[in-house]
Design a protein around this ligand. Structure first.
Ligand code: 5GP
Length: 195
């Protein structure tokens, strides 16, 4: 998605440790107009795909998922919560996710009330790096007996292996911008489908 790639080049900053900061339009301050375009693009890419729910993970996925839902017949958005204490009451699906940016493991929960075997789920998130977040969300969908219809990612870091893992699982994955390389010394970002 050219608009997004242009924006990453203009306003994104590259930090040491392979972290791309996009706080000025996606992860802290949010450009809602850009999110509208992102939502429309996901709807175009997943046209004709059955979707009863969008699943994401707090915090940064929520805004993207909510705007996207407007273009998926206003299906409900469910976000997985990062739980401080393990909730073992049996009323939630629980999985563990290792955070790429914070380098720690979270228990992540979704209430059984909001995901069932009847659901056809599109997972949406802001970033794909090593795939831990998506593997956790996929695990939750599997626990619910629901169907994963596809995954939509705003920014995939193509030099990390999460995308490969998800594609090898046969899950349709659409990433709107795939970063090929980035350099924290020069601030240069290159994308997959460009020279
Ligand atoms: P993964 O689980 O695929 O390794 O990482 C995905 C999650 O880590 C995303 O939900 C996102 O919040 C965070 N993340 C991974 N890489 C980056 C990055 O380069 N920049 C930002 N802002 N977040 C990232």
């Amino acid at each position: 998605m050219q608009l997004l790639k242009d924006r990453i080049r203009k306003d994104g900053t590259v930090k040491a440790g392979n972290v791309l900061k996009v706080d000025s339009f996606l992860n802290h301050q949010i450009d809602v107009e850009l999110l509208e375009e992102i939502g429309k693009e996901f709807a175009r890419l997943f046209k004709g795909v059955r979707c009863t729910k969008i699943l994401t993970i707090e915090a940064s996925g929520i805004a993207v998922a909510c705007v996207a839902a407007r273009y998926f017949n206003n299906v409900p958005v469910v976000f997985a919560k990062k739980s401080q204490s393990i909730n073992l009451e049996g009323d939630s699906y629980v999985t563990k996710i290792e955070s790429f940016t914070h380098k720690r493991v979270y228990d992540v929960i979704v209430s059984k009330k909001y995901l069932s075997s009847d659901d056809h789920v599109i997972i949406i998130d802001d970033f794909l790096a090593n795939g831990c977040a998506l593997m956790g969300l996929a695990d939750i969908v599997k626990s619910a007996g629901a169907t994963i219809e596809g995954i939509g990612i705003v920014i995939e870091k193509g030099f990390q292996n999460g995308g490969q893992i998800i594609r090898d699982m046969g899950i349709p994955l659409h990433s709107l911008a795939i970063v090929k390389s980035m350099d924290d010394k020069t601030g240069t970002v290159t994308f997959m489908d460009e020279e």
